[in-house]
Design a protein around this ligand. Structure first.
Ligand code: GCW
Length: 675
């Protein structure tokens, strides 16, 4: 989005030769994303090739050959005769046609036209002026970001400063950053934002804040982004003064329908609601012995007349679980709470499911719930904020992890059942579905707290549009747009980024044991002891001789049996469980031999040395880019990569010493223990 000048004269010359002479916008209303697209094209072309094209709102068919035309398919066909086949478009889709001297950008809707404009700008900013005819449709309709911002301006799992949306209990008066953020999100094809925390404050819905939320929606609208809202289930009581929040109580139902009407009056295009209920102390329908479906449907009915939808979170579990019970398992909770509700949700409810059954760990198998509620629309929840992945003090390029989950095949009824096909609604024929990414954007000028972390947000948007894209290609495009065309920069950013997830897994938690961060307070830094012996259920069951959760049906929690039968059989059997998930599904001696030939404990020692060693290369590799990147970003990234390298050693030694102290088994290579 910097639209930096093309640094290469030959490419620049090609660009200038292929440029149209005028931008024709098929909509002149300032709140239209088509208008935004035209302005963005003007600014982008000026930045990238240095030509200031006029924007015209008049259309004459004869001008087509030398124009850059942007608009909806309907407007295009009206103005130029029927030329674009609208039947090929999905909502939000676009056509980009580049021919020498002429560019046509046509959206299925206004938002689609804006996406097409950003696609064109991304291409030219990367020096790509080639002719193209691209019809691009989204894989899924829901491409949302969630924020865990509190009304007081703090951000749960933030790490990049205070909220750009809220402060002092109110929507902020100055929403300049929100407008910039909307531009950022539109450029990666995100279509809705939920600004407030799922641990929601009922005051979000007071009259002053509804007006403030209206201002947020006004700022988002020209960028084709809708507002969604997290709700506190007990609002009728906390804010409305009723003595109940029972979802079947008529007074509660009318309270919500009036509140919803008030919201839609101010925000007619409100996307809908996001609800965390009966989870981690949040109120919900179970308080009144009503089902989670009763709770979700309460809101579904309220937004239904306005075309809104409800994202209802599946992250429901007991955080006071009894650790002494061998068969207890937090990973079972989502399926236990939701599978008997399949078919009971209204059509505009989407169950929002975290990628794994525990909580954004460095490695988890895909959440079994995806394959347990075929009748229900589903969205996958991913985290761009690095809650368990170093909290922006470490850099982890996460898309390879997301891709493993999205490409996971549940083999339901022995048929291909990829997570990405399930959340797109294709596998089980659901009408809705898609993606929710938890983003920690704050007032920090880098937005996310680490310059390199922006590649995660960029990739999130692109994968939600097309999950078959490669994590490597997305990264290369991002780097070129962000840091320019220098091949050393491209190679270094690519090498470092792609090494981060494997390294982080190596120096934190291996073999599916979870990340091993402190889980009681910070979720940062090594603290394997904090996992066990408490109600949170992120257990490792580490003893002096054994480690791992027994999730088999035969002798454990039965979690393996929540997967469709082929996958269940594979996870049930230690021989067919992949090494990287062995401790997720099996409780084994430290001396258990992996398929790699190493014992579990030796794998821990080696991986921690390898991962920490890899992290040492990050600042060294980066250092070689001095003078190839502007001083500020160079220094700030160097500072963080240096920290990461040091903290990786802390991780290595903490984890290795912890398991050595427990097991008393020395490292074969003499690095841990007393040789
Ligand atoms: O991962 C946990 C986080 C909580 C978060 C919760 C959730 C918003 O530690 O901070 O609360 O998950 O996803 O609801």
């Amino acid at each position: 989005l910097r639209y930096a000048p093309i640094p290469d004269d030959t490419i620049l010359q090609q660009g200038l030769e292929s440029l149209p002479s005028v931008i024709v916008s098929l909509n002149s209303s300032r709140v239209s994303p088509v208008y935004t697209a035209a302005k963005e094209l003007q600014a982008g072309i000026l930045g990238v090739v240095g030509e200031n094209l006029n924007v015209s709102y008049e259309t004459t068919a004869s001008e087509q050959s030398s124009s850059l035309i942007v608009g909806t398919a309907a407007a295009f066909n009206d103005n130029y005769g029927t030329q674009v086949d609208v039947s090929k478009f999905a909502p939000d889709g676009f056509l980009l046609r580049v021919k020498k001297g002429s560019v046509t950008i046509v959206g299925q809707n206004e938002r689609g036209a804006l996406y097409g404009a950003f696609e064109y700008l991304s291409r030219i900013a990367r020096g790509d002026f080639a002719e193209v005819e691209l019809l691009s449709n989204p894989d899924a309709p829901i491409r949302w970001v969630n924020h865990w911002d509190n009304l007081d301006g703090s951000i749960e799992r933030g790490y990049a400063g205070l909220s750009i949306f809220f402060g002092n209990g109110l929507v902020l008066p100055d929403l300049t950053r929100v407008a910039q953020y909307a531009r950022l999100l539109a450029s990666i094809k995100i279509n809705a934002i939920v600004p407030n925390n799922v641990n929601a404050n009922a005051n979000t819905l007071n009259a002053t804040n509804i007006e403030g939320l209206g201002r947020i929606a006004d700022v988002l609208r020209p960028w084709g982004i809708q507002l969604g809202l997290s709700l506190n289930f007990a609002s009728p009581q906390l804010l409305g003064g009723l003595n109940t929040f029972d979802p079947l109580e008529p007074a509660v139902i009318s309270w919500w329908s009036e509140k919803t009407a008030e919201l839609y009056k101010r925000v007619p295009d409100l996307a809908g609601f996001l609800v965390k209920a009966n989870s981690e102390g949040q109120p919900g329908p179970l308080t009144y012995n009503r089902t989670l479906a009763d709770g979700a449907n309460l809101f579904a009915k309220a937004v239904q007349p306005y075309g809104g939808i409800v994202l209802f979170r599946a992250f429901v579990y007991n955080h006071h679980a009894d650790w002494n019970v061998w068969t207890n398992d937090r990973a079972n909770a989502a399926v236990e709470f939701f599978n008997h509700l399949d078919g009971k949700f209204l059509d505009n409810v989407v169950v929002q499911i975290k990628y794994g059954a525990i909580d954004f760990q460095v490695r988890e198998p895909a959440n079994p719930l995806f394959a347990n509620i075929p009748e229900t629309s589903k969205a996958i929840e991913l985290q761009i904020t690095q809650e368990y992945l170093g909290q922006q003090s470490h850099f982890v390029y996460i898309p390879p992890l997301w891709k493993e989950i999205l490409d996971f095949d549940f083999r339901d009824e022995s048929k291909t059942s990829l997570v990405r096909d399930i959340v797109a609604g294709r596998r089980y024929n659901n009408s809705l579905g898609g993606y929710a990414g938890v983003v920690n954007v704050g007032t920090n000028t880098s937005w996310l707290g680490h310059h390199l972390a922006m590649s995660n947000l960029y990739a999130y948007g692109l994968l939600a549009w097309d999950p078959t894209l490669s994590a490597e290609d997305i990264l290369d495009d991002w780097t070129r747009l962000t840091f320019g065309f220098d091949p050393d920069v491209l190679k270094t950013v690519s090498d470092i980024s792609l090494a981060t997830w494997p390294a982080y897994e190596d120096y934190s938690g291996n073999l599916g044991i979870q990340t091993l961060t402190d889980i009681l307070y910070t979720h940062f830094g090594p603290n394997p002891a904090s996992q066990d012996n408490n109600g949170w259920g992120q257990w490792t069951r580490a003893t002096q001789t054994h480690i791992g959760m027994d999730r088999t049906v035969r002798n454990g929690t039965g979690n393996a049996g929540q997967y469709p039968h082929e996958v269940a059989a594979a996870f049930e059997n230690i021989e067919t469980t992949p090494d990287n998930l062995i401790l997720w599904f099996h409780h084994v001696p430290y001396t258990h031999r992996l398929k790699s030939g190493k014992t579990v404990i030796q794998h821990f020692y080696d991986a921690h040395y390898d991962g920490a060693q890899t992290a040492q290369t990050f600042p060294v590799r980066w250092e070689a880019l001095r003078n190839k990147i502007d001083v500020q970003r160079f220094e700030e990234v160097l500072f963080r990569l240096t920290y990461q390298a040091g903290h990786a050693i802390v991780w290595r030694d903490s984890i290795n010493n912890f398991y050595h102290n427990l097991s008393r088994i020395d490292d074969e290579h003499g690095r841990v223990g007393n040789h």
